[in-house]
Write a new protein. Structure first.
Length: 271
């Protein structure tokens, strides 16, 4: 899939073409967007065609109603001739000490169940003992910093050989990355996607179980550990109303046990 910047629009052409791409991606008419943003369809049309330069306040308001990612809001502001509004603070900056402490407490409190935090390119920012348990046996070269969750999961020397429903889970992860690439202009994310999508994907991995009806609300991850098949349902959460690019692109993934056997195994293993 193609990120918004790869079409005819670019920041050099102004904010109008970029706003049009975001509006069309959200499947809104100019009138619908105008009503939501307290503007007029005529003014939205003039902005998109470059006949009118939007104010900084209007750019931010339209971006809010179009649910544009924070990084891309900065790009819209630059295209409109304004300074970026949202900083990108390094995660090790003292200003984010409280955030890092809160993240560590959150994922530790989730033990014995696995939980981790990743950034915009799936590099692992933090992980609890439940995650480290699943990484038993992974070769050192895959564990070298920066630890990447997608690479660890799909690499043929990583977790992939132990995932019992590899074809389904691989398809789920690749589709997730494709959706992100449709929203973010990210060369590193594109490179990662091309790398992991090129990993071997056998029609039926050794020991892989066929798909079967499950009473879960989401696709479970079924993975072997210590001779047992553990089953998890993944949940991903992000920060609400972030005002910093770094914080906006963090995601907390928790793996919820999908059956009593997994609960019992984790509680005994990490007791």
């Amino acid at each position: 899939m193609t990120p918004p910047s790869s079409g005819t629009a670019s920041t050099a052409q102004g904010a109008g073409p970029l706003l049009r791409i975001w509006r069309e991606r959200r499947r809104l008419s100019q009138l619908e967007l105008a009503l939501r943003a307290g503007s007029s369809a005529r003014h939205i049309s003039f902005v998109e065609t470059g006949r009118s330069r939007p104010s900084e306040e209007l750019v931010l308001r339209l971006a809010e109603h179009l649910d544009v990612p924070v990084r891309e809001r900065n790009a819209l502001l630059l295209a409109a001739g304004y300074a970026p509004r949202y900083p990108q603070t390094p995660l090790d900056d003292p200003a984010l000490d409280a955030l890092r402490t809160g993240i560590e407490r959150l994922i530790q409190g989730y033990e014995p169940y696995p939980a981790l935090v990743v950034d915009a390119v799936y590099d692992v920012v933090a992980a609890n003992r439940g995650v480290h348990m699943l990484l038993d046996g992974v070769p050192e070269h895959l564990l070298a910093p920066p630890l990447n969750a997608m690479r660890l999961t799909l690499h043929p020397e990583g977790l992939a050989p132990r995932i019992r429903n590899l074809r389904e889970w691989r398809g789920h992860l690749l589709a997730q990355m494709e959706r992100q690439l449709a929203l973010h202009r990210s060369g590193p994310l594109r490179a990662l996607y091309e790398e992991v999508a090129a990993y071997p994907a056998p029609e039926a991995a050794p020991g892989e179980e066929p798909a079967e009806p499950v009473p879960y609300f989401a696709l479970p991850l079924r993975i072997e550990h210590g001779g047992h098949t553990l089953s998890f349902v993944s949940s991903i959460s992000t920060f609400n109303t972030p005002m910093d690019v770094t914080v906006a692109e963090l995601a907390v993934e928790t793996l919820l046990p999908a059956d009593p056997a997994t609960v019992k195994y984790l509680q005994s293993f990490l007791a």
